[in-house]
Design a protein. Structure first.
Length: 34
């Protein structure tokens, strides 16, 4: 499996998790801003 496919899989899973988890989304936003 290519790195791109693996990353895409993680991103897709992460997006779904974030959509269902506002607390995690807030943590991610603050992490990305740093």
């Amino acid at each position: 499996m290519s790195v791109y496919k693996l990353f895409h899989k993680i991103a897709k899973f992460g997006v779904r998790e974030l959509a269902q988890n506002p607390e995690l989304r807030a943590k991610t936003v603050s992490f990305v801003k740093d």
